[in-house]
Write a protein that binds this ligand. Structure first.
Ligand code: BG6
Length: 523
């Protein structure tokens, strides 16, 4: 039986105001940290591409709309295609979500957008870009941000050309890079050494957008801002930790791109591993970016390279009874090479060999074409020793940090069944954000991260040694899968994953409670 907090009314007064203050605190922090009087130039390299159109331009607009960008910010798009500003606007507009009463502000925003056409491998084209930036009011003195929204094939040329021709000589320069950061340990090391020959580490912002999510950022506060969790956060009390990522759709025609990477590189080696580090790390000396990243690196160093026997790999097949995309399997995607063994589902077990965690299985589970959209961290505690109740009535406590959808933290626990009997029953202490922080606008992950770049905070960006350690853990398995063409287990589109994955979890010691289901409180 489940109980939820849905009978509690909306929160009023100070608590609600506290939530509404989030954005204004955000603004205050911003204005303290940046030089308000100085111009900023945000260059989007790859401005005609998908990422720019769907994420970067919209994010910049939302920040501008909410008065979160420094007052004088110019945006310069750069790409190979010949585009006029109206054409660029037409391309990005469908993703901007401009409301009727925001049209005037949007026009003002676009009034500060420039576009420069040029090749990626020609130094002279980057000189042209630099001239355009210098011709802007305050452009010579401006701080410059370069977002590399580019395919890996042009990455090296562009990073070298920016350094050669476009760096601000008076303001600061920051380079934002997106995955893939290489494909394995060696290719990533080569890329890192190329970048470090051009830029200092504090100029480099490697994006992992999971680090910009509300609940991922909350891990730091939940763990280190509460006395209750610290003393039990260890191998004496915790039985297992599961980090889950599920998507209910397949490759949607992106199979050509996906096939080169697979789910392990796409999600596990970066997003899920970052979450694992935040769950497992020791308390950093301060919340300074390098102190925090030092702790994450220590966690990674305590993990041995992943072996095939510690992983379950799957690939989805079509469900003949399914609707639309669900009828098609991964191999039916015409952009996927025939007979591909690329996993679209993966589960893996890790041991963190340190004093706090040795022996506690950390399980990561991720997959496409599954039964639901969900990302969460589930911490399962050990069984209560010395059960004085009816045998079997006590269930394990679990703390769940729901990253998405429906951000929440809930603690599954036992309580006395209300009524005459003294009988334990499962329930939860529930902090569901949509109820607790009603009406609070939650910034998107990219909004937070781009803002971090403006303010110079690298706390939520991946450092090069962190990246190297992450590849060290995954490269042997990835090479084995590719060299030996390890066949993934087929699973039907729309299920929980291969049934072998559930069996694997059970064998590791995870206790699944089929009687209990968390129901988010209704508003
Ligand atoms: C991206 C992956 O990094 O993350 C995609 O490349 C995945 O395949 C996406 O769909 C998931 O992000 P989110 O924020 O929707 O959970």
């Amino acid at each position: 039986m489940t109980e939820s907090a849905d009978t509690l009314g909306p929160l009023k007064g100070a608590e609600q105001a506290e939530g509404q203050n989030v954005m204004s605190r955000f603004r205050r922090a911003l204005s303290m940290e940046i030089m308000v009087g100085q111009a900023h130039i945000f260059v989007v390299l790859g401005a005609s591409g998908d990422l720019a159109k769907k994420k970067i331009f919209p994010t910049l607009w939302w920040l501008y709309r909410d008065d979160l960008l420094p007052p004088t910010t110019y945006i310069v798009g750069y790409a190979r295609s010949k585009l006029s500003i109206p054409q660029l606007k037409e391309k990005v507009l469908p993703f901007m979500k401009v409301k009727d009463d925001e049209k005037e502000k949007f026009e003002k925003f676009f009034g500060n957008v420039l576009y420069v056409q040029g090749a990626y491998n020609e130094a002279s084209a980057f000189e042209k870009l630099d001239n355009s930036m210098n011709s802007l009011p305050g452009g010579v003195q401006a701080n410059r941000l370069f977002y590399l929204a580019l395919p890996p094939s042009v990455f090296k040329d562009v990073s070298a050309n920016i350094k050669g021709a476009c760096m601000s000589k008076h303001g600061w320069n920051r380079i934002i890079v997106e995955k893939p950061f290489g494909k394995d340990f060696d290719s990533s090391a080569e890329l890192s050494s190329h970048l470090s020959s051009l830029y200092t580490e504090d100029q480099l912002y490697r994006i992992d957008h999971y680090l910009g999510k509300e609940m991922v950022q909350n891990l730091l506060v939940l763990r280190f801002g509460n006395r209750v969790f610290g003393p039990i956060w260890n191998r004496d009390n915790i039985a297992s930790v599961i980090v889950t990522f599920k998507e209910p759709f397949g490759t949607q025609g992106r199979g050509g791109y996906f096939d080169e990477f697979g789910i392990i590189r796409d999600v596990m080696q970066n997003h899920l591993l970052q979450v694992l580090c935040l769950v497992a790390m020791e308390k950093p000396a301060t919340k300074n970016a390098n102190d925090l990243r030092d702790e994450k690196v220590k966690v990674l160093k305590s993990i041995k390279p992943l072996q095939l026997e510690d992983a379950i790999l799957g690939q989805y097949v079509g469900d003949p009874k399914g609707e639309g995309e669900a009828k098609l399997g991964y191999l039916d995607d015409k952009t996927v090479p025939t007979g591909s063994v690329t996993p679209t589902f993966a589960m893996a077990k890790f041991n963190i060999c340190n004093e706090r965690w040795d022996g506690v299985p950390f399980i990561m589970k991720c997959g496409k074409a599954l039964n639901e959209r969900k990302a969460e961290v589930r911490i399962q505690f050990k069984t209560v020793p010395g059960d004085i109740f009816d045998e079997g009535a006590l269930r394990r406590n679990e703390m769940v940090i729901r990253v998405q959808p429906n951000e929440s933290v809930y603690l599954k626990m036992m309580t006395k069944s209300p009524g005459v009997k003294v009988e334990p029953v499962s329930t939860e202490l529930d902090l569901t954000y949509s109820r607790r922080y009603q009406g609070v606008k939650m910034p998107d992950a990219y909004e937070r991260l781009i803002l971090d770049v403006f303010t110079g905070s690298q706390m939520n960006f991946v450092r090069s040694d962190e990246l190297a350690e992450a590849w060290r853990i995954f490269t042997p398995l990835l090479h084995k899968i590719e060299n030996e063409k390890i066949k993934p287990i087929p699973y039907k589109f729309g299920v929980r994953g291969p049934k072998e994955a559930d069996e694997f979890m059970k064998k590791i010691g995870y206790v699944y409670d089929s009687d209990y289901q968390w129901t988010p409180p209704k508003l």
